[in-house]
Design a binder for this molecule. Structure first.
Ligand code: C2E
Ligand code: MG
Ligand code: MG
Ligand code: MG
Length: 292
């Protein structure tokens, strides 16, 4: 029992905590093993530029594939990694995977594309983080159209005081910055103006309720208008229906991402679509237009 395991075990023992804590430990141990035994996979979900139907970029989304089990979604393990310091190692692994992908696509003469990487608040606590990823990216000399965008959630911006400076440095060395899940936090207009942000990604929960949820629909329009008045690119996340797409196009939204176009794809599948470069015919069809 806890008594025999020494002081730490004793202090740790609180009945209401054990389930959560043991589950946390199990996931943490599984993840450490996952990094070493190549069970992590990066999928890529294209974003579409709405004025042209071109692929505007792809977002890197991590998956955990334990042997003889299904893929685990990041929502089931990223928060655990964020509570331990494991997110630093996982984040490094993901960034390396993305750099390797850029090298591979360059070698295979895939048309250049920017890749967006999600970064957790906790990763910005490492004072070497910016320098760390600068070096990694420089090592795959991406300056020919390939590049990396950083996505941070709106809540991350509010939780880490050091983040504004880190984002400034990232921006200065060629990263672009997107605020993810926008509309779910409490950013003020003035804080947005002060941060070196390029892009707002409207949270999926608002897009989901278009057109039947009047509040969400109004919020989505307001974010598009506000983003544009600040000179930012606005992306609609989680577009699943033609109706949602028509709505965001009518509101002048710049880009869209969602199952209507693409699910997150394996690198090989994604490469095929990058070679094609555009979903214009499909977009025109959805919008009820035809080629002149
Ligand atoms: P996110 O960055 O907001 O990513 C968008 C999520 O929405 C992804 O879930 C994507 O698969 C999903 N999605 C895209 N289109 C649609 C759609 O039309 N309908 C629906 N229902 N869902 C759609 P995923 O891949 O499970 O990732 C969940 C979250 O986990 C991400 O949200 C991000 O916050 C986090 N995450 C994913 N990869 C990483 C990573 O490499 N590092 C970190 N720190 N976090 C990550
Ligand atoms: Mg994201
Ligand atoms: Mg999001
Ligand atoms: Mg999210």
């Amino acid at each position: 029992g806890a008594k025999n395991k020494g002081r730490n075990a004793y202090e740790f023992y609180r009945p209401e905590m054990t389930t959560a804590a043991s589950e946390l430990l199990a996931i943490d141990r599984g993840l450490r093993n996952a990094i070493q035994s190549n069970q992590l996979v990066v999928l890529y979900q294209p974003k579409i530029e709405l004025s042209t139907g071109r692929i505007a970029g792809v977002e890197a989304l991590v998956r955990w594939h334990p042997p003889s089990q299904g893929m685990r979604s990041p929502d089931s393990f990223i928060h655990v990694a964020e509570e331990t310091s494991l997110i630093d190692r996982i984040g490094d692994w993901i960034f390396d995977a993305v750099c390797n992908q850029i090298r591979e696509w360059k070698d295979r003469q895939v048309p250049p594309v920017r890749i967006a990487v999600n970064v957790s608040a906790r990763q910005f606590r490492n004072p070497h983080y910016v320098e760390n990823i600068r070096k990694k990216l420089a090592a795959c000399s991406p300056f020919d159209g390939f590049g990396v965008d950083v996505e941070v959630t709106e809540t991350t911006l509010q939780s880490e005081p050091s983040i504004a400076e880190a984002l400034r440095q990232l921006k200065a060395i060629g990263f672009t910055i997107a605020i993810d899940d926008f509309g779910t936090g409490y950013s003020s207009l003035s804080s947005l103006k002060q941060l070196p942000v390029d892009t707002l990604k409207i949270d999926r929960s608002f897009i989901e309720e278009i057109p039947d949820g009047p509040d969400s629909t109004a919020i989505a329009s307001a974010i598009i208008a506000m983003g544009h008045s600040l000179g930012l690119t606005v992306v609609a996340e989680g577009v699943e229906t033609q109706e949602q797409l028509k709505f965001v196009v009518d509101q002048g939204c710049d880009e869209a991402q969602g199952f209507l176009f693409f699910s997150p794809l394996s690198a090989q599948e994604c490469e095929q679509f990058l070679m094609k470069g555009s979903v214009e015919p499909m977009l025109l069809q959805v919008l009820g237009k035809s080629h002149e």
